[in-house]
Design a protein around this ligand. Structure first.
Ligand code: 1CP
Length: 318
């Protein structure tokens, strides 16, 4: 998730004067920023420094990431003609990402590197709305009102995600995460009809590495998200992991799900809640401890370090 880096002074220092998307295409910066949380916290895996909209930008869509806002698209995509104009992603357009991954795999010396892409629905929301949205109203209006155009758009974004993930897997990432952060705004019935086939196609295209499938507020969607072809389902903090385990069914591992706000509480409360997450995670076929969404920017790096150490101590030998 948009993560650890944001709360670190060393991150803010290397990003000074460099735009977000520009930094994602500089192998030196991608490498340094990906390594920062690994060095400081000793986490068990690294997440590639990039963004879900990077491949869309690299393919030629006029968009930017505005500080304090998020992705902003110059010409929103709202008609069949707009969709037809969307470019596809050629591997050379993200060559700097592949270069960074190859260097990182060496530098990480065995610590797994997780690559990622945005899922068709979440990417579509930025393109259709033109920027971040709370209700995704225009996206849903397109989906409900013009199903053919919706499927054409989601299909093109699935192609971009597949191309981007293929580059990452070929360059050496150990696992991939598909971020459908905003899928939780849909009912299960609509998710299954409009979104699942596209996300399934993306996940099935990378079946040679473990696949993590994550969204926020997805209590009603967990079984469907697992059925899309995920080895691991990421869960936000709203659903207890033992309840999530019974929803995703046997053989699917879980990732999550400490409330990112919990790290602002006194340490005893953080520890108690982390212990509860670990206990409930035992109900799943496997468990990757994580926050339930990204690290909040004002989080105290010392508390995060203490949390990583605590999880290591609690799970030592297991
Ligand atoms: O090191 C890291 O931070 C990890 C790399 C990473 C990842 C995995 C970034 C860098 N972005 C992402 C994925 C991402 N980007 C998601 C999916 C995960 C999630 O739900 O958090 C989403 C929804 C985005 C879109 C995005 N990019 C937003 C959200 C806007 C909204 O709709 O609310 C924002 C604020 C960004 C910018 C961004 N991307 C990454 C960082 C560190 C930042 C902050 C901006 C900056 O530092 O300039």
């Amino acid at each position: 998730m948009r993560q650890a880096g944001r709360s670190l002074p060393e991150y803010r220092k290397v990003r000074e004067g460099v735009g977000m998307l520009e930094s994602c295409l500089r192998p030196d910066l991608v490498t340094e920023i990906t390594m920062q949380p690994v060095r400081r916290y000793g986490v068990d895996a690294a997440i590639l420094f990039s963004d879900i909209v990077l491949p869309v930008k690299a393919a030629g869509v006029d968009l930017d990431i505005k500080a304090g806002v998020g992705p902003v698209v110059a010409e929103p995509v709202r008609s069949a003609a707009d969709v037809a104009r969307l470019p596809s992603l050629e591997p050379d357009q993200v060559a700097p990402v592949a270069e960074a991954i190859r260097g990182l795999v060496t530098e990480l010396a065995g610590t797994p590197l997780i690559g990622f892409a945005g899922a068709p629905f979440t990417l579509a929301s930025y393109l259709v709305e033109g920027g971040p949205s709370r209700d995704h109203a225009r996206t849903k209006a397109l989906m409900y009102g013009d199903e053919d155009t919706w499927h054409a758009l989601a299909g093109r974004l699935a192609d971009i995600a597949i191309a981007y993930l293929t580059v990452q897997v070929d360059a050496g990432v150990s696992a991939v995460q598909l971020f459908d952060s905003w899928a939780g705004s849909l009912s299960a019935v609509d998710y299954e009809r409009y979104v699942l086939p596209h996300s399934r196609r993306v996940l099935e295209s990378v079946s040679n590495v473990p696949r993590i499938h994550f969204g926020v507020d997805t209590a009603e969607l967990l079984a469907l998200m697992a059925s899309a072809g995920a080895d691991v389902v990421g869960v936000d903090w709203r659903v207890a992991l033992d309840a999530a385990a019974s929803r995703v069914g046997p053989g699917v591992a879980l990732q999550g799900n400490l409330d990112p706000a919990a790290v602002f509480a006194p340490w005893d409360a953080v520890a108690e809640r982390a212990r509860d997450v670990l206990r409930r995670g035992k109900a799943a076929a496997g468990h990757i401890f994580n926050l339930g969404h990204g690290v909040l920017p004002d989080s105290d790096p010392d508390v995060l370090k203490r949390l990583v150490d605590f999880v290591h101590e609690e799970t030592a030998g297991s």
